[in-house]
Design a protein around this ligand. Structure first.
Ligand code: SF4
Length: 215
């Protein structure tokens, strides 16, 4: 297969066989709940975030709620997610921003989302892709690692990786490809010990080529 676009499509077609229904594993009911969950998920597992939000969202779940919440109470509720002071401050700032500048509704465009206090490009891309069905390539730790291992790009800078992936992956597959890379990274191409014996894209992978002496 010589055409790069064909190779890229083949890689994601194969990953889809391994991970047939890749979706965001954070629990949420509204775009705002997703935004809070994504802020909490930095340096934390989705499982832990879901445990925390199951309790948190019972009591607080709107921008109004979080704009008026006592910061100490919020810190206590999200403590187990780590970086709780920073995350609590960001959630309150974002909620206040949404109330003041967006009439209480989470904006649906990446450029607007990134203007919210405490919302970086990755968080904005996830909310845009998952809550609003947009095509985006949020780069988290799994996407960064796999993009480098497979050989799509060689960079440890998320913005460089996002640009490179968006250039080689067809636009209508960006969000799907993002979820596939996360699932593959979480369950097979793990950070410490990738389980290459369970992988179906070995022939396209730079890392596999290096460890098997084929490249
Ligand atoms: S061959 Fe190994 S390193 Fe390459 S993507 Fe598959 S699991 Fe990851």
């Amino acid at each position: 297969m010589s055409d790069k676009r064909e190779v890229v499509n083949e890689i994601f077609d194969r990953l889809k066989l391994l991970h047939p229904a890749p979706v965001c594993e954070l629990n949420y009911r509204t775009p705002f709940e997703l935004l809070v969950a994504v802020i909490l998920s930095a340096q934390c597992t989705d499982k832990r975030v879901n445990e925390v939000t199951a309790v948190l969202f019972e009591k607080y779940n709107t921008p109004e709620d979080f704009a008026n919440i006592d910061v100490r109470e919020l810190e206590g509720l999200i403590y187990s997610c780590g970086f709780y002071k920073h995350k609590a401050a960001n959630i309150i700032k974002a909620a206040t921003d949404i109330l003041c500048r967006f009439e209480g509704k989470v904006p649906s465009e990446v450029d607007e989302l990134t203007t919210l206090a405490g919302v970086g490009r990755k968080t904005a891309n996830v909310v845009y892709a998952v809550a609003f069905g947009g095509q985006a390539m949020p780069v988290d730790t799994h996407v960064l690692r796999l993009a480098n291992r497979i050989g799509f790009v060689k960079s440890d800078r998320p913005e460089v990786v996002e640009k490179a992936l968006c250039e080689i992956i067809p636009h209508d597959r960006w969000t799907e490809a993002h979820h596939l890379l996360i699932h593959h990274g979480r369950y097979i191409c793990k950070a410490r010990c990738p389980e290459c014996d369970k992988c179906n894209i070995c022939e396209f992978c730079d890392y596999y080529g290096e460890i098997s002496g084929n490249k």
